[in-house]
Ligand binder design. Structure first.
Ligand SMILES: Nc1ncnc2c1ncn2[C@@H]1O[C@H](COP(=O)(O)OP(=O)(O)O)[C@@H](O)[C@H]1O
Ligand SMILES: O=C(CO)[C@@H](O)[C@H](O)[C@H](O)[C@H](O)COP(=O)(O)O
Length: 504
């Protein structure tokens, strides 16, 4: 991003960018004007939102929405009020595929209408409540102005959820979508509840991704709105016609009333219904976007760029030429899928389910073993130690195939370790081999030869797991025969803000 001098100039236009990631929430204030934009302030907070998965068993992967929103509120509370007061637009991205259910119907006045203590988003009380009651969140006064907390909202069933196994998925109707249906996709999860726990769905009348939920609350949308990017990540969505497979879904009893309306990425969903952490009422809120697409948007400038994004998961991607349309029927065994980007364009993506989450699992394992041996060690200390040890061990014959979580094109192929010799068992050897394996796995999904064929000249690196781990960067630079560039301020939250700036 250019224009760093613009960032702090008083009165410069200010846009808030948010990324509701799988591990952490990121928020940035981007300021600027005609000479470009720059990140003026940023904040991130881990959500620690992982929670139990009632009824779905060990394959379930759910997150507590209250904890995600708490991390969001903590981030905004940490940003300077005087700059929040200058925010005119809000861009929101987040972890795709997942689904949150909530209740938006107007409340029963008797429950609230006569409760003098109940106030609405904008502080309306008493008889005025009639049309303001919203079951899905409660607005309250906080130290930094009004903010909302979730109410009558389900957990977020995330993209990592594995409850829909292969036999369950094969029992579902064939989608008309260019993306193969997979477990953790919103529509697959709805079908799971429909068949395994139908009463669960009766408690809710709205659904969306976690970032669609936040947009719906900020703008008090009567019907949730979802971008093509997120709709494609749910399954049963035709990106060419921009419609849900409504006929197919209806015939199988799918509760189509839960499906959000769909809009173009970059469009405006609405305006904030009241001040939010000091951000003025009436700020324009963009339709929620995919975190991956926003990470790419934050750094992709040349058609010859490839982007390597490693957060909780990992993606290696190249942009497709304008006018490209993916095959209507996807190859379920293909490691590369096509994701809607902006302006009707597509990205070819090697979307791995194994990225930073593999390192996080290894760190957790080391911490647990240490505790079992009677010692206590903080996870942050483990990260520091394993990275330091691996930096001192530049090579390792150990071979780790890191797919702890399988891959969508090969769900049964889990992780494996081979070529284990006594001399390669140090913490440094194992960490080096693990980082090599994560990058090599992505490379096997989208090989350098294909990147070269499409004219790729350099790789742009994004995502916290890459930014915080020099060993991972070294392995990327070894494996790919292209320069790997790590931009400053390149992540999904920045990308979401830039989308808003470029619309203004
Ligand atoms: N202290 C640390 N040092 C190095 N890497 C870390 C550290 N803490 C977390 N990570 C890595 O960052 C990843 C999460 O990145 P993040 O950008 O927060 O993910 P997301 O965007 O999916 O929420 C984790 O999976 C882990 O691999
Ligand atoms: O699974 C895919 C694509 O199919 C990924 O893009 C996935 O949606 C994203 O990684 C998730 O949105 C999670 O992103 P992140 O939390 O790893 O940043």
């Amino acid at each position: 991003m250019a224009g760093s001098e613009a960032a702090g100039r008083p009165g410069a236009a200010c846009v808030l960018g948010i990324d509701l990631g799988t591990t952490s929430v990121k928020a940035v204030l981007v300021a600027g004007g005609e000479r470009g934009q720059a990140v003026a302030e940023s904040c991130s907070r881990e959500t620690q939102a992982q929670t139990g998965s009632p009824g779905a068993g060990p394959q379930g992967m759910e997150q507590n929405v209250q904890k995600i929103i708490r991390a969001l509120n903590d981030c905004l509370a940490a940003l300077p009020q005087q700059q929040l007061q200058r925010v005119s637009h809000i861009g929101i991205s987040g972890q795709m595929h997942g689904i949150v259910f909530w209740k938006k119907e107007q409340g029963k006045e008797k429950d609230y209408g006569h409760d003098p203590g109940y106030t609405t988003a904008c502080g309306m009380k008493g008889q005025d409540l009639r049309n303001e009651i919203n079951h899905s969140c409660k607005w309250t006064e906080s130290g930094t102005g009004r903010t909302f907390e979730p109410k009558e909202v389900s957990n977020l069933i995330t993209w990592q959820d594995g409850r829909c196994n292969r036999s369950f998925l094969s029992s579902l109707p064939q989608p008309q979508s260019h993306i193969s249906l997979a477990t953790g996709f919103g529509c697959a999860t709805v079908y799971w509840y429909l068949k395994k726990s139908p009463d669960f769905l009766k408690s809710y009348d709205a659904a969306g991704t976690i970032h669609d939920y936040v947009v719906a609350m900020l703008c008090d949308l009567k019907k949730p709105l979802m971008s093509v990017q997120n709709a494609a990540s749910w399954g049963y969505f035709n990106s060419r016609s921009k419609n849900w497979n409504t006929d197919i879904l209806k015939k199988s009893g799918f509760p189509v009333h839960l499906l959000p309306e769909v809009g173009d990425p970059g469009s405006i969903a609405g305006r904030t219904i009241c001040a939010w952490h000091g951000i003025p009422k009436g700020a324009e809120v963009g339709i929620a976007l995919g975190d991956f697409q926003c990470s790419v948007y934050s750094c992709l400038t040349e058609r010859t760029d490839a982007v390597l994004n490693i957060g909780t998961s990992a993606q290696l991607t190249i942009s497709m030429p304008p006018g490209f349309q993916p095959p209507e029927t996807p190859d379920p065994f293909s490691a590369v899928t096509y994701f809607p980007y902006f302006n009707g364009n597509y990205l070819a993506v090697a979307a791995s389910l194994n990225g930073g989450n593999v390192l996080a699992t290894f760190v957790d394992m080391v911490a647990q073993w240490t505790a079992e041996l009677g010692l206590e060690v903080q996870e942050t200390t483990v990260y520091t130690k394993i990275i330091k040890a691996a930096l001192a061990q530049t090579n390792s014959k150990l071979s780790i195939h890191p797919t702890l979580f399988g891959e969508r094109h090969m769900p049964e192929q889990l992780a494996s370790v081979t070529d284990i010799s006594v001399s390669d068992l140090s913490l440094g050897h194992v960490t080096r081999a693990l980082c090599h394996g994560i990058i090599e796995n992505l490379h096997s999904m989208l090989p350098s030869e294909r990147l070269t064929e499409t004219g790729v000249r350099r790789i742009l690196g994004t995502g916290s797991a890459l930014a915080r781990n020099e060993v991972l960067r070294q392995e990327a630079e070894r494996i790919f025969p292209f320069p790997v560039i790590y931009g400053k301020d390149v992540d999904a939250a920045v990308g979401a803000a830039m989308v808003m700036f470029h619309r203004k």
